[in-house]
Design a protein around this ligand. Structure first.
Ligand SMILES: Cc1cc2nc3c(=O)[nH]c(=O)nc-3n(C[C@H](O)[C@H](O)[C@H](O)COP(=O)(O)OP(=O)(O)OC[C@H]3O[C@@H](n4cnc5c(N)ncnc54)[C@H](O)[C@@H]3O)c2cc1C
Length: 313
């Protein structure tokens, strides 16, 4: 049997931006409903140590997200384990249909559906994710001080990450399956001048290998894309930098997108082009992509939604 509910503020997504929006919207007495989606807690539930969340010198990603959920609940946010399957932003109240069959109507919607790092899809990559394999140099570079690192990719992100990682690593090997980088010329110049970086052309990762107890990476085997020759590269860290995919499917035909699918918001705010629809976190941000910046945008979105609702009333 279908079931319909109305809320002033519907928050879609349960990463740092969603839960922070939940805390702020609850404290503004807006009685928000937050739909968690397929990955309750978001991307941080897929990692281990987080060392850059202010107030915690070190915290496990999944633990931090359990605390954020509890915080949002304690403030009065209703948290629902469901997935939004379609969203109609053409008229107010906005309408969201969910996987369970419930229809939500909302005066304001805060989109917090995040993004996903793209992975190679190798079983050995999966095995060492969070234990030497990472998709975020800003998050994890610090763990590899004085160590050898491999970066995989050939675009701006890969080159930027390789350059950034030379602040920590003794050596960075950039593995690229072609013989040309797709990065901006200025970045390529910097890469070529950096004595710590070696680029391995026409190679792709064949396998990540390491120890089981404790779980940790010792290196990668790369395969030449033309000759099939396998080479062993010792490394303690492997950074996959082949791009990110923002989760904008629900709104891709309704809102303006930028940089390959990120939702556009007005500079300095979380307002989209549709009044009453706000977007926060990695869904809008292809530059910073951090838990703390996402949480900051979640706060902004709730404050923007509060102002919008007050103006309607
Ligand atoms: C392996 C890894 C390690 C990282 N380490 C760090 C770190 O150490 N420090 C740091 O600051 N950042 C780190 N990050 C980045 C950080 O996790 C992200 O910047 C942050 O999680 C983005 O938060 P968000 O709220 O935008 O959404 P996300 O965390 O991306 O969450 C998106 C949410 O949207 C939900 N959703 C998606 N579609 C729907 C739908 N249709 N209906 C309902 N819900 C939906 C999902 O279920 C999920 O809950 C790491 C990322 C990864 C992948």
């Amino acid at each position: 049997m279908s079931n319909s509910r109305h809320t002033k503020v519907l928050i879609i997504g349960s990463g740092p931006s969603g839960y922070t929006a939940g805390v702020y919207a609850s404290r503004a007495m807006l009685e928000p409903i937050l739909i968690q989606g397929i990955e309750p807690g978001g991307q941080l539930t897929t990692t281990t140590e987080v060392e850059n969340w202010p107030g915690d010198t070190e915290v496990q990603g999944p633990d931090l997200m359990i605390r954020m959920e509890a915080h949002a609940r304690a403030m009065g946010c209703e948290i629902v384990g469901d997935i939004v399957t379609s969203l109609d932003l053409s008229k107010r109240p906005f309408t969201a249909l969910t996987d369970s069959g419930t229809t939500y109507t909302a005066d304001a919607v805060i989109l917090c559906t995040g993004a996903r790092a793209k992975w190679l899809g190798l079983p050995s990559e999966e095995k060492f994710k969070g234990f030497g394999v990472s998709a975020c140099a800003t998050c994890d570079g610090f763990f590899y001080r004085g160590q050898e690192i491999v970066v995989v990719g050939g675009g701006n992100t890969a080159v930027e990450e390789a350059l950034f990682l030379t602040n920590f690593a003794s050596k960075v090997t950039l593995v690229h399956r072609r013989d040309e980088l797709r990065a901006e010329k200025i970045l390529i110049n910097r890469l070529e001048k950096n004595p710590k970086i070696e680029t391995l052309w026409f190679n792709e990762i064949h396998e990540v290998y390491g120890t089981d107890a404790p779980l940790g990476v010792e290196g990668v085997k790369v395969k030449h894309t033309k000759t099939g020759e396998i080479t062993d590269i010792p490394a303690k860290g492997v950074f996959i930098a082949i791009g990110h995919a923002p989760a904008s499917e629900l709104v891709k035909d309704q809102l303006e997108l930028h940089s390959g699918g990120y939702v556009s918001v007005e500079a300095g705010s979380t307002r989209t082009a549709i009044p009453g629809v706000f977007a926060a976190g990695d869904l809008t941000d292809h530059t910073y992509r951090q838990a703390v910046t996402s949480a900051g945008m979640g706060c902004m979105a709730a404050l923007d939604a509060e102002k919008f609702i007050a103006e309607q009333e």
